[in-house]
Design a protein around this ligand. Structure first.
Ligand code: BGC
Ligand code: ZN
Ligand code: ZN
Length: 357
C-alpha cells in the first residue's frame, strides 16, 4: 500500500503530490499529525537552495517541521503508542561535535537534514524514526502548537549563545536584571516573532523591526506581548536608537544590509546574532569591521539547535504557548494536495501548516 507524500527534485526544485511506499525498519513508527512550511522549504521548491539533495534516487520527501503520534514503538523503550513526538531535523555525521550530540556545531558538514539534505523529510502520512532523535511532548493540549517546536528550537540556541556572550562583562542592569536592555529583532516572520517572545521572557525590552506595515494579527500579537514595533519605511532606526539604545540585535532576515544597519546603530559592547541566511554581506566590509573592533561589538552566527533546545522549546510552548498567543502565528491549515502554499504568499501569512491526520 502506498501513502501520500510531498516531494521535490533537488537541487532543481519543484513540488509534487506523490504516492510513495512506506518505510520499514526497526525504529519507531510515527503517524504524521502536522508539518509546517518555512522559507527553507520554499527556497528548495524554487531551486535556490544549492545544498538540497535527495536521500537516494532523484526525489526528496520535503518537510523538517513536524509533530507526529507514535503508532508503534516496536519494542523501543521510552515511547508508547499515542505519544506525541517532534523529530529532529539534523542527524549526526562522524565528527566530534556530531558524536557529542552537537551536530548543530558540526565541524565538517558531514551531517544530513530531514527534508533538506540527504534524508527524506516528514511530509508524508507516516515515517519510521530512531528514538534518539525524537522529542516527547507531555502536554496533549499543545498538540496544535507543537509544530512550532522546530522553528523555536533555533531560538533556544540563539538564546543560549546570547547568554554566553553577555557574560563578557557586567552587561546586566544595576539591579542585576536585563530590564533596562533593548533587544532589536530584525524580521517579522515566524522566527523573528518567536525570538521576540523568548527575549521578552528574559525581561528585556524588545523592538521588532521591519520595512513595511503589518496587519492586525501581528499588531495584536505585539500588544499582547508588549513588543515595540518599528516600521523603517515610515520611521528612522537611527532616531529610535537615540531613545532606546540598541544594546543587542538579532537578524532574522538575512537580507542585504541588515548587518550594516546593526553595526551602524548598535551601542558599544553590543551583542549581535545573525540567524537569517538568504542574503549577502554589505559591500563596505571594512567599515563594518572597524566599527566592531573599536566598540567591542560581538557578532555571532547561529544555526539549527541541539536536542536540549528541542526540549526547551517544548517546555516553553507548554508553559507560555497560550499566554503569548502563539496560535496566532499559525495563519493557515491546508491539506497535503494544496501545493500552491509553497509558491503563493497569502495576505498576512506567518506560518502555514499541512494537516495529515
Ligand atoms: C532549520 C534548521 C536547518 C537550516 C539549514 C532551517 O530551516 O530550522 O534546523 O539547520 O534550515 O538547513
Ligand atoms: Zn524551517
Ligand atoms: Zn559533524
Amino acid at each position: 500500500m502506498k501513502m501520500r507524500a510531498i516531494t521535490t527534485i533537488p537541487p532543481n526544485g519543484g513540488v509534487k503530490f506523490s504516492q510513495v511506499s512506506p518505510e520499514d525498519g526497526d525504529g519507531i513508527k510515527i503517524r504524521t499529525y502536522q508539518t509546517g512550511i518555512c522559507g527553507t522549504d520554499k527556497e528548495i521548491v524554487l531551486g535556490n537552495l544549492k545544498f538540497a539533495r535527495p536521500e537516494k534516487g532523484p526525489s526528496l520527501i520535503l518537510g523538517h517541521e513536524a509533530v507526529g503520534i507514535v503508532e508503534d514503538p516496536k519494542g523501543n523503550s521510552g515511547f508508547k503508542e499515542g505519544d506525541i513526538v517532534v523529530p529532529m531535523v539534523r542527524r549526526p555525521g562522524k565528527c566530534r561535535m556530531c558524536r557529542l550530540g552537537r551536530q548543530d556545531y558540526c565541524e565538517d558538514g558531514d551531517f544530513v537534514e530531514a527534508g533538506i539534505r540527504g534524508k527524506n523529510g516528514f511530509m508524508r502520512d507516516e515515517f519510521i524514526d530512531d528514538p534518539r532523535f525524537l522529542n516527547k511532548v507531555n502536554d496533549p493540549s499543545i498538540l496544535g502548537l507543537a509544530v512550532l517546536t522546530e522553528p523555536l528550537k533555533n531560538v533556544m540556541k540563539i538564546k543560549e549563545t546570547f547568554q554566553f556572550l553577555r557574560l563578557r562583562q557586567p552587561w546586566y542592569c544595576d539591579d542585576s536584571t536585563l530590564a533596562c536592555k533593548n533587544m532589536y529583532v530584525f524580521g517579522t516572520g515566524t522566527e523573528g516573532l518567536l525570538i521576540s517572545i523568548v527575549f521578552r521572557s528574559l525581561g528585556m525590552n524588545v523592538v521588532q523591526v521591519n520595512r513595511h506595515p503589518l496587519g492586525e494579527t501581528i499588531m495584536d500579537f505585539f500588544d499582547l506581548n508588549k513588543i515595540e514595533y518599528l516600521d523603517t519605511s515610515s520611521e528612522n532606526l537611527d532616531k529610535k536608537v537615540k531613545d532606546a539604545p540598541m544594546d543587542a540585535a538579532i537578524d532574522a532576515v538575512g537580507a542585504m544590509d541588515v548587518l550594516k544597519e546593526i553595526t551602524d546603530n548598535i551601542a558599544n559592547n553590543g551583542i549581535a546574532i545573525m540567524f537569517g541566511t538568504s542574503g549577502q554581506l554589505p559591500s563596505s566590509n571594512y567599515d563594518v569591521l572597524e566599527k566592531l573592533v573599536d566598540r567591542n561589538i560581538v557578532v555571532a552566527g547561529s544555526v539549527d539547535g541541539a536536542k536540549s533546545h528541542y526540549a526547551e522549546a517544548i517546555r516553553f510552548i507548554e508553559t507560555n504557548g497560550k499566554t503569548t498567543g502563539m496560535s496566532r502565528l499559525i495563519t493557515g491549515r491546508y491539506g497535503p494536495e494544496d501545493l500552491k502554499i509553497f509558491t503563493e504568499k497569502e495576505n498576512q501569512e506567518i506560518k502555514k501548516v499541512i494537516a495529515w491526520s
